[in-house]
Design a protein around this ligand. Structure first.
Ligand SMILES: [Zn+2]
Length: 154
């Protein structure tokens, strides 16, 4: 094997601060990373997949949902995770972008909050001891989704 890059990574086992389910959309990567750091989530188990919480709320098929549930189960089992952060974001292509909501940011945000609520229900159902927090990400910040509405947190 030929070494192609040198970097010293921490090798100790760890307890994950949270399992984080978020979309692979590159536009939200920086804000999500900064938000997690600000929240003290320094060792997250990142589940980065097209649609983020959509894979639980409105999966394309059972496989997609079951695969994500298994990732969460593995985080709990292997890294003693007690908390989940689940996220949806504005203009997510898996929902057809903002255009699917006729460009109405409020309608879009409300829809995503409902999606997050459904995803939370599924996770709490499967993992009753897991503490679940859900967030809607747009191009201005991150909002806590509670009772189908959003409130800015970052
Ligand atoms: Zn997306």
């Amino acid at each position: 094997m030929e070494k192609t890059f040198h970097f010293d990574s921490p090798s100790e086992p760890y307890v994950a601060d949270a399992v984080v389910l978020t979309c692979f959309d590159q536009r939200i990567r920086t804000v999500v990373n900064k938000f997690l750091q600000k929240r003290g989530i320094l060792r997250p188990d990142m589940v980065v997949i097209a649609g983020g919480a959509k894979t639980l709320a409105s999966p394309r098929n059972d496989f997609e949902r079951d695969f994500i549930l298994e990732q969460v189960r593995m985080s709990i089992l292997l890294h003693k995770t007690t908390r989940a952060y689940i996220m949806c974001h504005s203009d997510c292509a898996t929902y057809g972008g903002l255009a699917a909501f006729n460009g109405d940011r409020e309608v879009e945000a409300k829809h995503h909050c409902q999606e997050l609520e459904r995803a939370t229900g599924l996770l709490k159902d499967r993992f009753p001891d897991l503490q679940v927090e859900c967030f809607f990400v747009n191009f201005e910040g991150i909002f806590a989704a509670k009772d189908g509405t959003k409130e800015q947190v970052a």
